[in-house]
Design a protein around this ligand. Structure first.
Ligand SMILES: [Zn+2]
Length: 501
């Protein structure tokens, strides 16, 4: 095909140019953002699904259009590599992006560590909770990632993770816009108090489990497990009555809920290929190896297929900071969960709140032998703030001061332990030290969990106090933001590359 795009008087984004699927494709820089440019040969009907201005000539037709939802959807129809697909058990990483401008930096980080073959990326990823908090729809999450991949010329493919889904309506909303991975979070149905319940209490509660939903009876379950012991690699999993009832009471309702959600997903997806993750990471107490065994065995019996599972590990996986706890204990715990994941799947161990856990990565990569999904989200917002701190320190200082005000309220739905009194006062930090707040444990968590308030806050004039400025700043410094993201994420991804066996 002739390079018709070169004949146009447009400021093309070089990395975005693709020649394929019957046309030439690119982004062009224009005041106020990007435009989509598609050059189609004579007689082609490709442009019909797009919106914009079309000019025709003897060599074909050229469309210049907005980066609109309609054009994003049309791009995904024509360029199959922009269409999310299941990733199976390959080593993978979720690169959640609360602002919608991080995908170019994420793409560069994945490329820098060896690309799709080294670690399969999930660029569109957001939980329903964070969508609500940032005022985004599943379609916007999808489209922002589409434009980000397109801008960087990423043609190797992606998954798309509809994260922490709690209802069938959540599934439907995300399925409709092309998500390919569905993370079912039955956390509300996990009864963590079972951990400390005595046998009499466990017996009483077991009798009240939703046995019909589980297609089971208590006596049948007892027959399947009691007195049995199973060797799983280095583990011997045995169930006495207390261990069995504790697992059933703690996770029985959660298993029933996952089975219900999985059946709904299968029906709703029809012939489309999708994959499912089970996550119980956001619960009070750790998932013991016996409990993991019970959950996986029961989900199998109920014919649920899943590609990854996020147990609640020992210690604390707090947002945006390294692991808190005994690494030796964690190593034992990961080894057990990884063995069970190989035994029942193989499926991947999913590391939620996975960003910034630099001491965990080598352990998880080695013990799970690359059967890992690393999930990150808010840390990319912190890199946006790092970019802001360098470009406009006064603005960053104001964000931080506001975050301190919001922290006690906003921390409620997160696992964080930062304390206000340990985080410097905004006014006390010299300009040159402001970026350093992103390395201070307490300040970092405070900035992390307050993003929703920062994005929503309006001033006395009714205008958004921070959001528009932050976006304008990132849009006018895309290279600085992408560089910060690349540096940060290479550190996350590298430990997982090349450990597959
Ligand atoms: Zn999670």
């Amino acid at each position: 095909m002739s390079a018709r795009l070169d004949e146009l008087n447009l400021d093309l984004v070089a990395a975005s140019r693709v020649d394929g699927a019957g046309a030439e494709w690119a982004l062009a820089r224009e005041k106020g953002g990007h435009r989509l440019v598609v050059a189609a040969p004579p007689g082609s009907r490709i442009l019909e699904g797009f919106e914009g201005e079309t000019a025709g000539s003897a060599t074909g037709a050229v469309l210049v259009g907005l980066t609109s939802p309609k054009n994003a959807a049309a791009l995904r129809r024509h360029l199959e590599w922009l269409r999310p697909r299941p990733l199976g058990t390959r080593t993978s990483a979720g690169l959640g992006d609360r602002l919608g401008l991080a995908t170019p930096g994420h793409v560069r980080a994945v490329r820098a560590v060896g690309g799709f073959a080294a670690i399969a990326p999930i660029f569109p990823q957001q939980s329903i909770r964070e969508m609500t908090r940032t005022g985004r729809t599943p379609a916007e999450v999808m489209d922002d990632a589409t434009w980000g991949m397109f801008a960087e010329g990423w043609t190797d493919g992606t998954g798309a993770d509809a994260d922490h889904l709690k209802t069938t309506a959540d599934i439907d909303a995300c399925l409709a816009v092309g998500f390919s991975m569905f993370t079912i979070d039955p956390g509300e149905h996990v009864d963590s108090s079972a951990d400390s319940a005595d046998l009499a209490t466990l017996r009483a509660r077991a009798a009240g489990l939703p046995w019909v939903d589980l297609s089971d009876t208590e006596s049948a379950m007892r027959r399947r497990y009691l007195g049995q012991s199973t060797v799983v690699e280095h583990l011997t999993i045995a169930f006495d009555e207390a261990t069995l009832l504790r697992a059933a009471v703690k996770y029985g309702r959660a298993v029933a809920h996952v089975a219900r959600m999985a059946r709904h997903l299968r029906r709703a997806a029809g012939p489309r290929l999708v994959e499912l993750e089970v996550s119980v990471d956001e619960t009070e107490t750790p998932t013991s190896p016996a409990e993991h065994y019970w959950v996986a065995n029961e989900l199998n019996r109920l014919e649920v297929a899943w590609v990854s599972l996020a147990p609640r590990f020992v210690g604390r996986f707090e947002k945006g900071v390294d692991y808190i706890g005994d690494l030796g204990e964690l190593e034992k715990d990961v080894a057990a969960h990884a063995a069970l994941a190989r035994h029942f799947g193989p499926y991947k161990l999913s590391l939620h709140s996975g960003s910034d856990k630099f001491s965990v990565y080598p352990i998880a990569a080695r013990l799970a032998k690359g059967l890992v999904h690393l999930k990150t989200a808010g840390t990319s917002y912190l890199e946006a703030l790092r970019t802001a701190a360098a470009v406009d320190p006064a603005f960053f200082r104001a964000v931080y001061a506001f975050a301190r005000e919001r922290y006690e309220t906003d921390k409620a739905s997160y696992h964080v332990s930062a304390e206000l009194r340990k985080a410097p006062l905004a006014a006390d930090v010299p300009v040159g030290d402001l970026p350093g707040l992103l390395e201070q444990f307490d300040a970092r968590e405070i900035l992390h969990v307050t993003f929703g308030s920062v994005l929503k806050e309006t001033g006395p004039d009714g205008k958004l106090r921070f959001k528009d400025t932050l976006f304008a700043l990132l849009r006018s410094n895309p290279e600085a933001y992408a560089r910060n993201l690349e540096t940060h994420f290479v550190k996350h991804l590298k430990p997982f590359v090349g450990v597959r066996s």
